[in-house]
Design a protein around this ligand. Structure first.
Ligand code: PMP
Length: 364
């Protein structure tokens, strides 16, 4: 019998079971390749095909026009916090505009400030980062080098429902925790980046979607590995890419296309999972208190508090005894967090909700 847990970790996180099973079956010998995907040169036809297929799957899922590059980089979303301003703020003499929605946006801002002028156009700190701005709260200046948003704040559990309108100013998005979880108007973005380890695959791969015309803005003299042109020109094969991680991204995106049926279908399931859980929180008579304001609630990371820290500790401990893992909130905010990424099943969410009803009945 399987001992697999109900996995609510924030990342690395649950992967689709059929993907794990296929990777396991083919680990020693990839069909037709005569070797493991772990053993093959990144210059071999097989691995080139893996990269191409993974990129093509992402293109199909997001409906990306040809003028976008799909890159597989390393260094996590954290390195993108630096690469974005190095490539697009340095030497422009113009400010970059950032929307500060929470812990991850704050980190992105800190790195950008090392490179040049940053204007924070909206900051949710006073509201403890419990909401994203409404479209009417955002005003961007046409001379900004770019605008940066965080589409989903993983720690606080808030998510943009609409893409801000930045006019002709390039929109850059940290989509680490909601990448390929729902359809997006891709052509509204100039650059999207995401660590793979939540919805798209394992840790070690960073996905970057980049509009071609942005490459012309990059200043001369950047270190080769930190220059997006290096990776765009070489098809992510300038140096040895994280081959195994990209192979898993290929399987996950194929699963999304073929088994789930695309991002609209995935979003429907994700919405249903989140609504089921928020309903339990809202129906608990105040025992469970959601952190996010209702119009900013994330479908990916659901965060809430209990009346005391003791109860929160007991909740996490008893949940683990019931097979529900990864529910401890981020150390910076405490409380409880359930991450409901693509591969978290409705059955797992049901199990969590039943546990919550039972915990409320016993301890409420
Ligand atoms: N941005 C967001 C929204 C995240 O959730 C994370 C990871 N939790 C990061 C950035 C940092 O990603 P990495 O660990 O891949 O550098």
């Amino acid at each position: 019998m399987s001992q697999r847990i109900h996995n609510f970790f924030a990342g690395p996180a649950a992967l689709p079971l059929p993907v794990l099973e296929e990777a396991k079956r083919d680990l020693v010998e990839l069909p037709g390749a005569g070797a493991s995907v772990l053993e093959l040169s990144h210059r071999s036809k097989t691995i080139e095909d893996v990269l191409e297929t993974a990129a093509a799957n992402i293109r199909r899922l997001l409906g990306l026009p040809d003028r976008y590059h799909v890159l597989f980089l390393q260094g996590g979303a954290n390195l993108q916090f630096s690469m974005v301003p190095m490539n697009f703020l340095r030497g422009t003499g113009r400010p970059a505009e950032y929307v500060n929605t929470g812990a991850w946006a704050t980190k992105a801002i800190e790195e950008a400030e090392r490179e040049g002028a940053v204007r924070v156009v909206w900051d949710g700190k006073a509201g403890k980062y419990s909401s994203v701005p409404k479209p009417r709260d955002l005003e961007f200046s046409p001379d900004a080098a770019y605008v940066h948003i965080t589409s989903n704040e993983t720690i606080e559990g808030i998510q943009f429902q609409d893409v801000p309108d930045t006019g002709a100013v390039p929109l850059v998005c940290d989509s680490s925790s909601d990448f390929i979880s729902r359809p997006i108007p891709a052509e509204r973005f100039a650059l999207i980046y995401a660590g793979a380890q939540k919805n798209a695959g394992p840790a070690g791969v960073t996905l970057v979607i980049l509009r071609d015309d942005l490459l012309e803005r990059i200043p001369a003299g950047l270190h080769t590995m930190l220059d997006y042109r290096t990776h765009a020109k070489s098809g992510s094969l300038f140096n040895t890419p994280p081959v195994f991680g990209i192979y898993i991204v290929m399987l996950v995106t194929r699963w999304l296309l073929e088994e789930v049926g695309g991002l609209a279908k995935m979003a429907e399931v994700n919405r249903r999972k989140a609504e089921t859980l928020y309903r339990v929180i809202d129906g608990s008579g105040g025992f469970y208190r959601g952190h996010a304001q209702s119009d900013s609630r994330s479908a990916m990371n659901v965060t809430w508090r209990l009346p005391t820290e003791e109860l929160e500790k007991a909740f996490v401990k008893e949940a683990e005894a019931a097979g529900l893992y990864g529910l401890k909130g981020h150390r910076s905010v405490g409380g409880i967090r359930a991450s409901l990424y693509n591969a978290v099943t409705e059955e797992s969410v049901q199990a969590l909700c039943s546990f919550m009803a039972d915990f409320l009945a016993r301890r409420g």
